[in-house]
Design a protein around this ligand. Structure first.
Ligand code: K7E
Ligand code: CUA
Length: 666
């Protein structure tokens, strides 16, 4: 057995099993008909869209299943030079925060919008783990449309889980921190007095998807890890796992692993809403960015919000309850009926399953084992439905197939274990390669899982793919779960570090895709709706180039009279009105990325030339047979030069109607 020391410090021998083991006989685990089951013939579509978190690349990767083919990378929290996200003037505001512009984050969990507990194919939400934010991606455009920052938080990990009608997206803070209205400049070892674990409830507009921070709940200073909403009978409740009930602030691998049990916190959010209406919250002055991309102007704006209402779990006794859960629970998963809440204690040798009905009774009968920082602790036996015995080592996450089965990932023993939710009996186990984190069943956290495929997202791949230096690819593994036994079908590499993922049957969203933007609806303030309108306008040292692109030229494509010290804004409108014809735009020496402009869209690249000379520009996306001809020049003269500002196409200035009098050479 090969032990990989994942947590670094080997001196703590009792924790050594936290590393992972490699299962035996791994190369032969694939069943005979696997190839047939994953083969999607050229020209055929995949059956499922799989949205996979990018982890430390801050993006979302979209795969087709069962083929495992990568379809698209959607930038959310990280700049993406490939399409100018975070580089173009229009998208820069998406990455604004109360700390200024941030070009990166760590993206762990994705959650598709739901109606009545079923996927509705409208949006997918994403969390940023480092600088706490939640994003919404539109599934008609595969674009990030909105990002909201979360005050009073740090390490937005138990997020962005949603309620069954997407009423709320929640976000629990992983790092307890002093709230924003407290002085954070305190000794770190004052953790117990000063640090709080705040949970955010972000309301989602039913029609538009627009988010707003409805309220927060201030809970004790523990580390909230994961969460899931109640559904069906438990709709109105939310469940959050937490570790570090020890409230340690150093060497957590030891000091936060002392208690035999930590907690799953049950939150009655309907009750919280009542308190909010009754004015029970305290208004906390703070600052958090709220960024929205407007499809009409194709431009994002960033607004700094100033206040949030915080409810105190300690004062409002009946909104939060702790359910003791062994030991340092990670995953917190609710089955499709809403009755069973599964906690996966990373250090537990069993899987505890709580019963929602028993929990309600226990609350009613006040079966409390005490209080934790003012929050009632329910008795373990009172909420426990039962325990899965000897399931494996290092349970992390559980998904469901809608047929009464649960699937739990085991990081340490590198396996997926299938068990029966009612009988708690282990039914099957299959190795993963290796050290699996999250699992995903298509629709596995809804009321109606699709239940045909399961994907394991693995942290360590060692010998599975061609080696690529010290850093090896992470991977996903596809299993067929339609029969009694799980069957491994396919390995495919993934990018960044995949954590949670979601998937929908392709039929739900494939026909709703926006193919191009109607140029008539383009309300961008710098849109140029025909070549005749293209122009160059100087305003002091700012030069606005109203440029068009169409196969296979820019208008204008020759510009003279730019001077060192100018700030040049290329506002490029793609005049095409056809699917799959983007144009790119780049200029030599620009300390920026390219633009990739969709048909009917306007995007802006800022360029500050540093020295006189001749600067070529060109289209970066192979758009026609004469794509390579899609190019032009900008002449830059020294500061103070009297070269007149001119622009032309085919040596003709084709615009006499410019509202601003710029010199034009014929
Ligand atoms: Cu990777 Cu959900 Cu951040 Cu578990 S978390 S693996
Ligand atoms: Cu436009 Cu290449």
């Amino acid at each position: 057995m090969k032990i990989i020391q994942l947590f670094g410090i080997s001196a703590f021998a009792s924790l050594a099993f936290l590393g992972s083991c490699k299962p035996k006989g791994t190369e032969t685990a694939v069943s005979g008909d696997a190839a047939e089951k994953v083969y999607v013939a050229p020209g055929k579509y995949d059956e499922v869209y799989n949205f996979v978190s990018g982890g430390f690349n801050g993006q979302m990767n979209v795969y087709g299943l069962p083929s495992g083919r990568l379809l698209k990378v959607v930038p959310i929290f990280s700049v993406n030079p490939e399409n100018g996200y975070g580089y173009s003037e229009e998208t820069k505001p998406m990455l604004e925060t109360s700390h200024g512009f941030i070009p990166w984050d760590d993206q762990h969990h994705l959650e598709l919008s739901q109606t009545n507990g079923e996927q509705d194919g409208r949006w997918i939400f994403a969390n940023a783990n480092n600088t706490p934010r939640v994003a919404r991606v539109n599934l008609k455009t595969f674009r990030t449309e909105e990002i909201i920052e979360l005050p009073n938080s740090a390490g937005n990990h138990s997020s962005p889980f949603i309620t069954e009608n997407t009423e709320y997206v929640v976000a629990g803070t992983r790092f307890a921190v002093p709230t924003d209205d407290m002085n954070g400049d305190v000794p770190i070892n004052s953790f117990k007095e000063n640090f709080k674990g705040v949970i955010s409830f972000i309301g989602v507009n039913k029609e538009t998807g627009d988010m707003n921070l409805s309220f927060q709940i201030e809970a004790p200073g523990v580390n909230f890890d994961l969460s899931h909403a109640g559904k069906g009978k438990s709709h109105g409740w939310f469940f959050f796992s937490c570790y570090n009930s020890e409230q340690a602030n150093s060497l957590l691998e030891v000091n936060a692993s002392q208690n035999d049990k930590d907690f799953i916190m049950a939150v009655n959010w309907k009750k919280a809403e009542e308190y909010l209406k009754a004015g029970k919250g305290r208004k906390v002055k703070t600052q958090y960015a709220h960024n929205k991309f407007d499809e009409k102007t194709q431009t994002a704006t960033s607004k700094m919000e100033q206040e949030v209402t915080v409810l105190s779990a300690k004062e409002l006794k009946d909104i939060c309850y702790f359910m003791p859960t062994p030991k340092s629970p990670h995953g917190c998963d609710v089955d499709p009926t809403g009755e069973y809440i599964v906690g996966s204690g990373k250090l537990a040798a069993l899987i505890p399953v709580h019963s929602f009905s028993k929990m309600l009774k226990a609350i009613e009968n006040k079966e409390f084992a005490g209080e934790y920082d003012g929050i009632p602790i329910l008795k373990y036996e009172s909420t426990l439905y039962g325990e899965v015995q000897k399931p494996g080592l290092g349970p992390l996450h559980t998904e469901f197939d809608g047929k009464g089965n649960a699937y739990t990932s085991f990081f340490v023993s590198s396996e997926v274990v299938k068990w029966d939710i009612k009988t708690l009996k282990v039914l099957d186990r299959q190795p993963t390669f290796y050290s699996v984190g999250h699992l995903m069943v298509v629709g596995g956290d809804t009321k109606k899982p699709y239940g045909k495929y399961l994907v394991a997202y693995n942290k360590i791949t060692k010998d599975r793919f061609l080696p690529t230096g010290p850093e090896l690819t992470q991977s996903a593994q596809l299993y067929d779960i339609s029969g009694d036994k799980m069957k491994l079908l396919l390995d495919f590499p993934t990018f960044g570090e995949p954590h949670y993922a979601q998937a929908v049957p392709a039929s739900l969203i494939k026909d709703q895709q926006v193919k191009f933007y109607n140029i008539a609806d383009n309300k961008h303030p710098y849109a140029t709706k025909g070549e005749a309108e293209s122009k160059v306008v100087r305003q002091g040292n700012k030069v606005h180039v109203y440029m068009t692109s169409i196969r296979s030229h820019f208008a204008p494509d020759n510009i003279e009279g730019i001077k060192v010290g100018d700030e040049v804004y290329f506002h490029v409108t793609n005049l095409e009105q056809d699917w799959d014809v983007p144009h790119g735009f780049a200029i030599k020496g620009n300390q920026n990325a390219e633009l990739l402009i969709m048909p009917g869209e306007t995007s802006t690249l800022k360029w500050v030339p540093k020295k006189p000379g001749m600067w070529p520009m060109y289209c970066t996306d192979f758009c026609s047979a004469l794509h390579q001809e899609m190019q032009g020049y900008v002449r830059v003269s020294p500061a103070g030069s009297n070269v007149p500002l001119t622009y032309s196409l085919n040596n003709k200035a084709d615009n006499a109607k410019s509202p601003v009098k710029t010199a034009v050479t014929k």
